[in-house]
Ligand binder design. Structure first.
Ligand code: SF4
Ligand code: SF4
Ligand code: SF4
Length: 229
């Protein structure tokens, strides 16, 4: 039996791709980085390689933990809750931009996994609520702190307690993220690579940019979101 502090052995390389796909299919596709990986696929890869445990996905909740344990033959009792170092996720919240304070820097655009933010450089930006998962990545990226979370259930952020109920949402989020990556990769090819902040790099860049600690920032966002409920 494996414990949370002893990740499972890596799978054979020739079955890695299949395993990654099977694991990724059980993840919610919120692409929020709470697991500390760049996106759901990266986390799936880390699990498949035996580098990460199955209890690191807040949006997936217990349904994902149960499904991953079943898929990988893990003892679920070893993972009764989320890993202690994983940041909380505010269910059924969306980002709201204070348009009066937005400076139009467009830094929130490349980090949004669902392309839920519209606006051009030096123009006011706004969030399409129905496409917003509340992942908070735009809040971390915004240099003037003009984005907050506010409670609102949408198609993209509705909490589901089973993978079956979540299926349509996860498929849509995966498709949206794939389109987002293609769109911004094309922009990078056009010489806008500075705009293409990869998720992994973003984790590194954010504290330097904002002189703020990511973890403290997320805690602050959560506290503000709770105070609005
Ligand atoms: S939804 Fe967020 S925490 Fe869960 S696997 Fe995807 S990126 Fe990681
Ligand atoms: S608008 Fe912000 S919170 Fe909403 S999905 Fe995009 S990055 Fe995440
Ligand atoms: S990052 Fe903030 S200031 Fe910049 S465009 Fe987005 S909301 Fe406006």
């Amino acid at each position: 039996m494996l414990s949370p502090s002893a990740p499972s052995p890596a799978v054979a390389p020739n079955s890695l791709a299949v395993t990654v796909s099977a694991i990724d299919a059980l993840l919610p596709q919120t692409q929020c980085q709470r697991c500390t990986y760049a996106d759901c696929k990266d986390y799936a890869t880390a699990i498949a390689r035996g580098e990460a445990e199955i209890n690191r996905c807040p949006p997936g909740g217990s349904a994902t933990r149960i499904a991953l344990a079943a898929l990988l033959g893990r003892d679920l009792s070893a993972f009764p809750a989320l890993a202690a170092d994983v940041d909380a996720y505010a269910e059924e919240h969306v980002a709201l931009i204070d348009e009066a304070r937005c400076i139009g820097c467009a830094k929130c655009l490349p980090v949004c996994p669902t392309d839920a933010i519209i606006g051009a450089t030096k123009r006011m930006h706004t969030v399409i609520a129905n496409d917003c998962t509340g992942c908070e990545l735009c809040i971390i990226a915004c240099p003037v702190d003009c984005i907050e979370l506010t409670p609102k259930q949408t198609f993209a952020n509705a909490a589901h307690r089973s993978l079956e109920a979540r299926s349509a949402q996860s498929t849509a989020l995966r498709n949206s993220y794939t389109a987002h990556k293609i769109r911004f990769a094309a922009r990078a090819d056009e010489g806008l690579s500075a705009m293409l902040v990869s998720s992994a790099a973003h984790i590194e860049q954010s504290p330097a940019d904002k002189q703020r600690d990511r973890k403290a920032l997320l805690a602050d966002i959560m506290a503000k979101a709770k105070s609005r409920q």
